[in-house]
Design a protein around this ligand. Structure first.
Ligand SMILES: [Zn+2]
Ligand SMILES: [Zn+2]
Length: 555
């Protein structure tokens, strides 16, 4: 019997860039390929991908990608992945593929893959893979858990999920099916850890609907502008329902909102009476109480429609005292400053803002809390458990929940990015080898031209600036022919700190002479001497460490 190998390429130790490679009988299938939004210290980086080295090196063995749901942290990396893969089959539900498809077209890679739609509870067989898509409730509709039959028994991947008994679309996490699989035996459960630290249950999505209805009733005389994630189509539906029941028209705003609403309407995920939807250009002309604008920008994205409205920079909608602005979301950690800047701007414009900081009712999470996670563990009753989808502390918390639920501690593996877990003869274990799992930065249209070193330089430049030293030397004697010139950006003001620059120059001259005396006439030695001496001088005189770039020319 062949081993089953699971290589974690991303998502274990961070929230984002979820991706794992599942290997059965020598063939590789990927489960999800998402992106991570850059952290504050990743200057200039647009997004972060899983490390795809392992996939590239084994591309001849990769034929399929199974997608759990349409969130960016699960599908956003697929267009980049397809640059290195060809003739791939991608499996997902209608909405998951509907969200993915325009991304593939935008990147010009749509012809490199065949998208194959999977219905709820359907089983996909692509030898040696046999995967059942089990419905789960989450903050994007039509998400799935995956049950994968292997030579080592059943592997269940929870996808992102919560237990919602009254979901907006009536499509519950299929606990019954998961329980059936559990009683027939599950070798390994991989489960979402995002909210493992939260006690209790996550409230039902429909609880937000009740809050929205009240909000529209009590602010019947104002215009309502509601911001939420463009993929949160259940939320969009509930906002629309509340607006329509109060006699309002709805205008959608923001590129991803318009695209997702169109896809979801086509697929029957969203149900909107045609006469209730108006273009945003008309919304500005209607009396405030007759309209509701649903837009992106709930994370304070600086170029979003909401940020532009707040800054009076939007062509159709000007925010003012007649507006109630609702943030139907929580700021993702790291986005708080941006969110609060937009909220401040909205207040300055005279609007009233309702957000999670003043009212918890505006949002519920799509990821199960401790009791939801325990329910999953209790119905699946796995032999082995690996917590996934979380920062390290979430994984540890989830592991202790599993222990509480009776999974023996030595059958719980806390894996991290790069780890490989094997299933062999009924045992799960870490493989001795790991796979590359570093951050893969995307910057502009470039892919892989930014690395850790470039980022460190950007951080240095941002914090302490740069000092350029330009000098021309006689290559035979090492004597200075012209210069040195010391030019600073971001360290000190060249004009106001003339004296300091002069001293820096003298330091450079001394270091060059010293190097020449020691016989270090080659270019690299010169540079090293200059950098060391000047770095020391700058630190002693200003306690700064700017990036020092010696430019040594020889004649
Ligand atoms: Zn998700
Ligand atoms: Zn996710």
């Amino acid at each position: 019997m062949s081993d089953v190998r699971i290589s974690f390429l991303g998502g274990l130790g961070e929230i984002g860039r979820n991706c794992m490679a599942l290997e059965v009988a020598g063939e590789i299938a990927l489960i999800d390929a998402g992106i991570l939004f850059p952290k504050l210290d990743m200057l200039g980086v647009d997004l972060v991908l899983p490390d795809l080295t392992y996939i590239k090196e084994n591309s001849d063995r990769v034929r399929s990608i199974f997608l759990t749901h349409g969130h960016e942290d699960h599908v956003g990396g697929v267009p980049y992945l397809l640059r290195d893969l060809d003739a791939i089959e991608i499996f997902g539900t209608d909405l998951t593929l509907g969200i993915l498809e325009p991304k593939l077209e935008e990147h010009g890679v749509a012809d490199r893959a065949t998208l194959i739609e999977v219905r709820d509870s359907e089983r996909v067989r692509r030898d040696p893979f046999d995967v059942e898509f089990i419905p789960v409730a989450h903050s994007v509709p039509r998400g799935c858990a995956l049950a994968i039959s292997t030579s080592e028994g059943l592997v269940v991947h929870s996808g992102d999920f919560k237990i919602d008994h009254t979901p907006v679309d009536g499509r519950r996490t299929d606990l019954q099916r998961l329980g059936e699989l559990g009683s027939s035996g599950v070798s390994l459960l991989l489960s979402d850890s995002t909210n493992a630290e939260e006690p209790g249950w996550i409230r039902s999505e429909t609880a937000v609907g009740a809050f929205l209805t009240e909000l529209f009733a009590s602010h019947w005389d104002k215009r309502i502008i509601a911001a939420c994630f463009a993929s949160h189509l259940h939320r969009v539906q509930q906002i629309a329902n509340a607006a329509i029941s109060h006699g309002r028209k709805i205008a959608f705003l923001g590129r991803s909102m318009l695209s997702n609403v169109a896809t979801a309407t086509r697929l029957g995920v969203l149900d909107l009476p045609e006469e209730s939807v108006i273009p945003v250009s008309e919304a500005g002309n209607l009396p405030p109480q007759d309209v509701c604008v649903v837009c992106t920008g709930s994370q304070g994205e600086p170029l979003s429609a909401l940020a532009l409205m707040a800054a009076h920079d939007h062509k159709s909608i000007a925010v003012g005292p007649d507006d109630i602005v609702l943030f139907s979301s929580h700021p993702i950690p790291g986005n708080e400053a941006d969110v609060y800047r937009v909220i401040d701007d909205l207040y300055r414009a005279g609007a009233t803002v309702i957000h999670s900081g003043v009212n918890e009712e505006v949002h519920v999470s799509g990821h199960g809390a401790a009791e939801d996670l325990k329910t999953m563990l209790s119905v699946v009753t796995p032999d082995w458990f690996v917590p996934i989808h979380g920062e390290y502390r979430h994984l540890v918390h989830h592991a202790s929940l599993a222990e509480e639920m009776g999974v023996p501690a030595d059958r719980i593996l806390i894996a991290q990015d790069g780890d490989v877990v094997t299933l062999r003869d009924g045992k799960a274990a870490f493989a001795s080898e790991t796979v590359p799992a570093g951050y893969f930065y995307v910057d502009g249209i470039g892919l892989g031209d930014v690395n850790q070193e470039v980022l460190r330089d950007r951080q240095l430049l941002g914090e302490d600036g740069v000092v350029l030293v330009v000098v021309t030397l006689d290559s035979r004697t090492g004597e200075i022919v012209s210069g040195p010139e010391v030019i600073s950006r971001g360290w000190v003001d060249d004009v106001e700190s003339m004296e300091l620059i002069e001293d820096a120059r003298a330091t450079v001259v001394a270091s060059i002479e010293e190097a020449a005396e020691e016989g270090g006439l080659d270019w690299a030695t010169m540079k090293r001497h200059v950098r060391t001496a000047l770095g020391k001088f700058i630190w002693q005189s200003t306690k700064r460490r700017p990036l020092i770039v010696p430019v040594v020319m020889e004649v």
